[in-house]
Design a protein around this ligand. Structure first.
Ligand SMILES: Cc1cc2nc3c(=O)[nH]c(=O)nc-3n(C[C@H](O)[C@H](O)[C@H](O)COP(=O)(O)OP(=O)(O)OC[C@H]3O[C@@H](n4cnc5c(N)ncnc54)[C@H](O)[C@@H]3O)c2cc1C
Length: 453
């Protein structure tokens, strides 16, 4: 049994939600521990790194890790120019942005434990611990009826998470104070140990273990797939967005950086799609060929390592819930696309960022909302701890609704419309080129129609 720790707030996950929450809580003098299963912050990176400029307001001043600024966004439909809108923002070096927040947290006395995974929870004295079997299980306290993909994940996880652990015994939970949560953690080369805290924040991304524990998980995803190419965009002031019927329910992107360009696609997918590998690789190759044949990049891109690997038939790296296989050099990640979860607070547990479903299901962007959710959480936690009243935490749900409710609701309804009419999707016969044009103009943020009531 490793050494046990105690704190007021345990933050699980050092992505944008967790790193910013650690930063905010440190500023309020609240004793927190931040853990992340990754050994190095944000490595591997699973993001295209664009943030809207107003993110600086959430920090009350400049932020670190800005690679370059962008001023507008161009949209292409069927690889034909459609429109330009102002879209002031930044391209981040995201690991630098996060590392700076975590460094500031550490400087103010916070404890950061990289390479440390949360594996289970216990509220009170050994509630989930079965003596003699050396087994701890995740309890989904009131599992909600998640549909389709969500259901698959939930079933798979509830089978997979139960584990046998020599070294954790009933007496390890004996000192639990009432009202404290025990989180069982596993370091890469260490024995399991326990962190006791008054509050646990699940900032642990789309496939959240905290969400599973409280029975509130994302039920639909977009799969993001992309890479950083060592070629600069000709115009570094613009982000470029590409819609094509082949990129089902999503789009392709070309985001400029100093010295490189982030390109990729986000696609609708089903967890059990058997041909995910072939399908996605082909869609991605096709997208890459299209954008390389246009005049966006400083020098015509030669063949990258990634192209060679794809051609050699190497499978793409796949997100956690699909069996992992060899890596072709592309980064992949899940983007929640089912909207804000109904339950984001349960007792002493709180969900933030992607774990709470705060990613925009049309744009796939979630960094801004993840940081904003942490700002909300930090003020409410501060009040709750000051007044020793955990019931106050429920105010987070109200503030989420006020802050994100309308825009995420609009995005969800546009997404439903998009998927219902996507060519080859639910309405295969209804498609023509002009229909696709009209559909995108109704469902993408750069067109007036998107903003209709
Ligand atoms: C390909 C792709 C491109 C994207 N591009 C953009 C973009 O350009 N702009 C934008 O705004 N958004 C983008 N997004 C979405 C954005 O990345 C997420 O919305 C954002 O990262 C959410 O932050 P988070 O902190 O909630 O979760 P995450 O960034 O997923 O962080 C969760 C952290 O928790 C850790 N963790 C998970 N489980 C455990 C555990 N059991 N114990 C300990 N640690 C754990 C993980 O290691 C991870 O570091 C993109 C997503 C993808 C997949």
């Amino acid at each position: 049994m490793g050494k046990n720790l105690k704190c007021e707030v345990l933050i699980i996950g050092a992505g944008p939600a967790g790193a910013s929450l650690a930063f905010y809580l440190a500023g309020k003098g609240i004793e927190s521990i931040l853990i992340d299963k990754k050994q190095r912050i944000d490595t591997p990176l699973r993001c295209a790194e664009y943030v809207p400029a107003p993110i600086v307001r959430l920090f009350g001043g400049p932020i670190s890790g800005i690679n370059c600024s962008t001023v507008s966004m161009d949209t292409y439909i069927d690889y034909k120019y459609a429109n330009t809108i102002p879209s002031p923002g930044f391209m981040l070096d995201r690991p630098v942005f996060l590392r700076t927040l975590v460094d500031s947290f550490i400087k103010q006395g916070g404890k950061f434990m990289p390479g440390t995974k949360a594996v289970s929870f216990d509220e009170g004295y050994g509630g989930t611990f079965k003596s003699g079997h050396a087994k701890i299980s995740i309890r989904n306290r009131d599992q909600q009826n998640n549909e389709s993909i969500g259901k698959d994940i939930q079933q798979k996880e509830s089978r997979g998470i139960g584990f046998k652990k020599e070294g954790l015994r009933r007496k390890d939970f004996r000192d639990n104070d009432p009202g404290m949560v025990s989180t069982v953690i596993q370091g890469r080369y260490e024995e399991r140990s326990i962190i006791r805290s008054k509050i646990v924040v699940g900032a642990d991304g789309p496939n959240s273990i905290v969400g599973k524990y409280i029975g509130s998980i994302n039920s639909g995803y977009i799969l993001g797939l992309g890479e950083k190419i060592p070629v600069e965009a000709k115009d570094k002031n613009k982000t470029l967005i590409f819609f094509s019927p082949k990129i089902e329910g999503g789009y392709g992107w070309l985001f400029p950086k100093e010295g490189s360009t982030n390109i990729g696609i986000g696609c609708q997918f089903a967890v059990n799609k058997k041909n995910i590998n072939i399908t996605l690789k082909n869609i991605y190759k096709d997208f890459k060929n299209e954008i390389f044949s246009m005049d966006f990049l400083d020098q015509k891109g030669g063949r990258s390592d990634t192209d060679e690997k794809i051609d050699a038939g190497e499978p793409i790296e796949q997100p956690d819930m699909i069996p992992r296989s060899q890596n072709s050099g592309l980064m992949t990640g899940l983007i929640p696309a089912s909207g804000m979860l109904k339950k984001t607070v349960s007792g002493s547990f709180i969900l933030a960022g992607d774990a709470a479903g705060l990613t925009n299901p049309i744009t796939g962007t979630g960094i801004y909302n993840a940081v904003n959710s942490s700002k909300i959480i930090s003020s409410v936690i501060s009040k709750a701890l000051k007044n020793s009243e955990m019931d106050l935490l429920s105010d987070i749900e109200k503030q989420y609704l006020d802050t994100f409710g309308r825009s995420l609701q609009r995005a969800i309804s546009r997404r439903v419309e998009l998927m219902d009419s996507w060519p080859g999707g639910n309405a295969p016969d209804a498609y023509s080129k002009s229909d696709f044009n009209v559909l995108i103009r109704k469902c993408w943020i750069s067109f007036k129609d998107y903003w209709r009531p």
